[in-house]
Design a binder for this molecule. Structure first.
Ligand SMILES: CC(=O)SCCNC(=O)CCNC(=O)[C@H](O)C(C)(C)COP(=O)(O)OP(=O)(O)OC[C@H]1O[C@@H](n2cnc3c(N)ncnc32)[C@H](O)[C@@H]1OP(=O)(O)O
Ligand SMILES: O=CC(=O)O
Ligand SMILES: [Mg+2]
Length: 356
């Protein structure tokens, strides 16, 4: 396999394209809210959602009818041109790289609204070669369209080969912003015997040992997480590359309780956000992916108690040291980033009083 030298890795891939970023900025992206730009009712709601959600994503791929693909692409151009997105990021999910629509998706979006698009989400990424293809094409189109800052790439992890190659995908380009789990396509590709869009399954469980040998007696069952392995693998690949991991879709829109659990598991494992498919999932994602007041209170106490950040101290009967301090700093820094764009959170975090 051939490798790029660091200087080539950070060189623009087309004459006139903007220079790649050396570091992916930590912009809040707790909810990536999907809308179908060809659906007039959804499209009409988008301008009023600016400022209420971190990312608005115009979806062109699955869930958009084949007959509406061009209307969705044109609808997104229209929405992008007529909307001031303020602090909210604008992303798109293009059609898959083997589809008849993707080339025109990229040509149209980058040349028409490239200066408004923050991130292009690429579905069904199989390996680094898919990222290299989009990387070069984006550079050519940025140069053609006079786009001043690089558009970033987000990959969906939704094929078995993609999961096997996740580290190479994460490291494939300085444009890589992050990766999301795509549990629905991934389940199909792996031939899992599920029929859901994300979330758990009551059949995937561990059962308590029999009491007194009574296998038919009352035995507690513990439902297991079908996605733990893939999310953990994705989180490690993203952390290694300095990019951001996300949970993906939770299709049972009515089950807001299980959605919250799934999102929280992903948050605790290291993800920074999730997808929102329906307006009611935005509030859940914003809450779950923002550190709680209790967590920030504790984290700030540890930071204060640890002074110069070295050594060990006792706090509430527990040992804190350099390593627990680093975990606390992850939360404190995230809280600062979120407070900078979310006035309600800022008020909550500012009101925290720390005892010794
Ligand atoms: C596996 C994957 O690839 S997941 C990613 C692809 N899937 C998606 O993007 C799905 C996006 N979401 C949707 O299509 C819809 O939310 C559905 C089909 C799940 C449910 O839609 P509905 O049955 O219309 O939901 P509901 O009746 O609760 O909608 C209430 C209102 O919110 C609007 N709405 C629903 N979803 C959205 C959305 N994602 N964004 C903006 N508005 C929305 C509806 O248009 C409706 O508007 P109205 O009050 O003016 O009539
Ligand atoms: O695109 C998402 C998925 O789960 O499939
Ligand atoms: Mg998918």
């Amino acid at each position: 396999m051939s490798h790029k030298s660091p200087k080539d890795f950070f060189a623009p891939l087309a004459v006139g394209a903007p220079a790649p970023l050396r570091e992916i900025p930590a912009r809040p992206s707790r909810a990536i809210h999907f809308f179908d730009p060809s659906n007039p009712k959804m499209a009409a709601k988008v301008p009023a959602m600016v400022g209420t959600v971190d990312v608005l994503l115009g979806n062109l791929e699955d869930a958009v009818k084949a007959d509406n693909k061009i209307a969705a692409r044109e609808g997104l151009v229209e929405i992008a041109k007529s909307t001031d997105f303020g602090p909210t990021q604008l992303w798109t999910r293009i059609n898959s790289l083997d589809s008849p629509w993707v080339l025109d998706d990229l040509i149209t979006l980058v040349t028409e609204i490239g200066d408004k698009l923050d991130v292009v989400m690429v579905p069904k990424v199989q390996g680094p070669e898919d990222i290299h293809y989009v990387d070069r094409l984006l550079a050519q189109l940025e140069a053609k369209g006079g786009v001043q800052r690089p558009i970033l790439i987000h990959a969906i992890l939704e094929t078995a080969r993609g999961v096997a190659n996740v580290e190479e995908i994460a490291l494939a380009s300085p444009r890589m912003q992050g990766i999301s789990l795509g549990p629905a396509d991934l389940a199909a590709d792996r031939k899992m015997k599920t029929t859901r869009v994300g979330g758990g399954h009551p059949g995937y469980l561990v059962r308590q040992d029999p009491v007194d040998g009574d296998i038919h007696g009352n035995r507690t069952v513990f439902q297991q997480d079908l996605w733990h392995y893939t999310i953990a693998k994705m989180v490690d690949a993203c952390a290694e590359a300095g990019i951001y991991p996300y949970y993906g879709p939770f299709g049972d829109i009515t089950d807001v309780v299980a959605a919250e659990d799934q999102f929280r598991n992903a948050f605790l494992l290291g993800c920074v956000g999730t997808w929102s498919l329906h307006p009611k999932q935005i509030e859940i994602a914003n809450r779950v992916f923002s550190p709680s007041v209790e967590d920030i209170k504790h984290a700030r106490r540890v930071v204060k108690a640890m002074g110069d950040g070295t050594g060990a101290v006792m706090l509430d009967g527990k040992m804190e040291d350099d390593a627990s301090l680093k975990q606390c700093l992850v939360l404190v820094e995230l809280a600062e980033e979120l407070a900078a764009i979310d006035p309600k959170l800022k008020e909550l975090y500012d009101a925290i009083e720390i005892e010794d």
